[in-house]
Write a protein that binds this ligand. Structure first.
Ligand SMILES: Nc1nc2c(ncn2[C@@H]2O[C@H](COP(=O)(O)OP(=O)(O)O)[C@@H](O)[C@H]2O)c(=O)[nH]1
Ligand SMILES: [Mg+2]
Length: 309
């Protein structure tokens, strides 16, 4: 299945959540106060967040509705607004091969999809012709180390790992040494999931970064938060906390398949000026691809956004 079909299929629940909430408006003679409330409810419950919701409502009010509210008209105003919000955060994760290695640190809460994303990224960069190394700096659970080793085996990527319970920062340090000695283009460091309110775990993350910098002062070149798209608005709190402790450079949103909360990406884009590098719509290596605003909007809203006048 091609990416666009995967994306469209994956976003189906989010898309119906958003558009079914708006369907009550179709055919209305004019946008009155009660329609505005309906629209607000629909957008909020689709996880777009308040600022984006208000911006969209303004645009709907400002739109010249010649005649009753049409489905196509509403769709296109919505698509145009979403495209405006999402386009600025569209930015792929680019590798600077001069870094040798270009170090990518993946952070986030438990179960957000970090290890899976590390594996998918390894596959993607290898396809692009880069040599990749993976580092299993989630030393808390043996299963996590095995999980990354599995991805390493499937994608033919060397995995640097240590003992369960070992020092994550020391492992990251070692991994950079290894990646340097093998001239790897990219080193992807997987870390343990941590709740944003557990201070000692967040401190450990800061330590990992400090130790990485001892080896390579300009690394990590990318510190990317992996967010589970099914958690909805809680993703915003996660970004804030990790931003404060680790200085994020970008986001990856996973599990956009089978959730009705995919609209959270809009809230994230509106709230933070962080790039959305990639999105995940399933568990296999093919289920991760670059985030493209227009494509995402058309999968979410249906139909092509109209050109802006
Ligand atoms: N449906 C779906 N599942 C995913 C996606 N990404 C990761 N997962 C699953 O989510 C679970 C947790 O992922 P994992 O990578 O172990 O999360 P981590 O704790 O952050 O390392 C695993 O069962 C993954 O297969 C995705 O894009 N879609
Ligand atoms: Mg993991």
């Amino acid at each position: 299945m091609k990416w666009l079909s995967r994306l469209t299929a994956g976003l189906k629940s989010s898309s119906s959540k958003l558009t079914s909430g708006l369907s009550a408006l179709f055919g209305k003679e004019k946008i009155d106060a009660s329609s505005i409330e309906d629209i607000e409810d629909a957008l909020i419950s689709a996880d777009l967040g308040m600022p984006a919701t208000l911006a969209i409502i303004e645009a709907i009010k400002a739109h010249r509705w010649d005649g009753p509210v049409s489905e196509d008209g509403l769709r296109s105003v919505l698509a145009e607004q979403l495209t405006t919000i999402l386009t600025p955060v569209e930015a792929p994760l680019t590798i600077n091969t001069a870094h040798q290695p270009h170090v990518i640190l993946l952070v986030g809460v438990n179960g957000s999809g970090k290890t899976t994303t590390a594996g998918k990224l390894a596959a993607k960069f290898q396809r692009d012709g880069q040599s990749v190394m993976l580092a299993a700096a989630d030393t808390f659970r043996a299963a996590a180390i095995e999980q990354l080793a599995g991805w390493g085996a499937r994608t033919d990527t060397p995995v640097i790992s240590g003992e369960r319970g070992g020092d994550a920062a020391a492992l990251a340090f070692q991994a950079i040494e290894k990646a340097r000695s093998q001239n790897s283009d990219v080193l992807i460091i997987d870390t343990a999931g941590r709740l944003q309110n557990r201070v000692e775990l967040m401190d450990e993350l800061s330590k990992i970064i400090r130790v990485i910098k001892k080896q390579m002062p300009d690394a990590p070149h990318d510190t990317v938060i992996v967010l589970d798209g099914t958690v909805g608005q809680n993703a915003l709190a996660q970004v804030k906390a990790f931003e404060a402790h680790a200085g994020l450079t970008g986001m990856i949103i996973t599990k956009l398949d089978g959730t009705a909360k995919g609209g959270v990406l809009v809230a994230l884009a509106r709230e933070f000026s962080l790039p959305v590098h990639l999105i995940g719509v399933g568990e296999t290596a093919e289920d991760l691809d670059v985030f493209r605003a227009r494509e995402f909007v058309s999968a979410l809203v249906g139909g092509e956004p109209q050109e802006q006048e």
